[in-house]
Design a protein around this ligand. Sequence first.
Ligand code: HAM
Length: 418
Amino acid sequence: MSQSKNKEPSSIKGTRDILPPESRKWQKAERFLQRIFESYGYKEIRTPVFESTELFEKGTGETSDVVIKEMYTFADKGGRSLTLRPEYTPSIVRSIIENRLYLKPDLMRFYFIGPMFRYDKPQKGRYRQFHQADIEVFGEKDPEVDAEIVEMAYTLLKKLGVKNIKILINSVGCRKCRPEYHKKLKTEAEKQRARLCEDCRRKIDTNPLRIFDCKKDTCRNAALGFPKITDFLCAECQSHFEKFRSLLDFYGLKYSVDPQLVRGLDYYTKTTFEITSSKLGAQDAVLGGGRYDEMMKDFGGPDICGIGFAMGMERLLSVMPDIDEPEKFLYIVHIGEEAKKVSMKLAQYFRENGVECVLEYKDRKLKKQMSRADKLKAAWSLVVGEEEIEKNKYQLKDMRTGDQKEVTKEEALKRMIG
Ligand code: HAM
């Protein structure tokens, strides 16, 4: 569709541009996360932004709000129903099955950082295109992994300077113990039907666990009196949960058990957790995750368990302190046509040797160029004029200290990269 002639284009509701200098902060956070994830043995998997709609219906779950209300689903020109990924977990499970990654001797620990799409009501901390840093571990059923993942999440938030964080945990049981709980929950929810919103009334019949996802005060208050899943765990889930908790103690991590933390997606079994920051406001979860031991099998793959979490990058960035890293680039000042050419060669030399280098081509006076270097917060400036070209020596100025020295290009390089 063509834009009307005089109307400026604008971004779509719920999406935003990440501009400099904010984009620098993103790069720093992304690099930091990659390093941390890799130090725990994770490798990156990149999958397509869109998948078959069925993948999320089956994976994320047909009773989840994400599938019922929030998916960007469309038919392509071949009539296939496709969906922009609302989360990463089903995509990664699909990829493992399709690429037979479970047959390789490698660790099955994966991470990914990228955009997700959910058609939810935009507000602070909630967007329609947002980014997640996601990690997943497969084939490890012991609670040691659950605890290590929470420890990693907590450590990286601390290292990034995020304050006021809280760990919430729960166990949502398994297919053995949950049916009994469902029955009990359904009976109790039925008694409270009049207090519940229309959505939650529907959930009584489809999946009463999803009532806990409702943010409406009346439903939340009604849910306070509902039975707790932790009172219904089978022996195996109970023991897993106890070990998980004792391992969090072992790591010295403080946490609260929240029996209503069922998380909005249908696939969880046993452990669920979230880390919140009170600095975030209403949307206070920086990250959330849990175990999903049945998804791979439900997709027709091998019986391999999984666990992971995803962190909202926008939320992380909003509670992460600003980085006050000084710029590290050289600004080359040139006077005259010949000097411009020589500067281009010099810039090539410095860049090849790892120095960030900025060259502007407009013909400006020396003073103007020096003030540009200053304004752009260059770390150094290098003056190239007729005299300098003749001598093969240039004025290198440290813009922070004001120290100036006549140097060859090799000496300049040495000074800049130490
Ligand atoms: P989730 O709780 O739906 O879990 O999302 C994880 C995180 O993504 C949230 O805690 C939040 O920080 C961020 N997030 C979610 N929706 C939005 C939004 N509309 N705008 C901004 N940020 C948002 C999952 O997605 C699971 N796949 C996590 C997982 C991985 N479980 C096991 N493995």
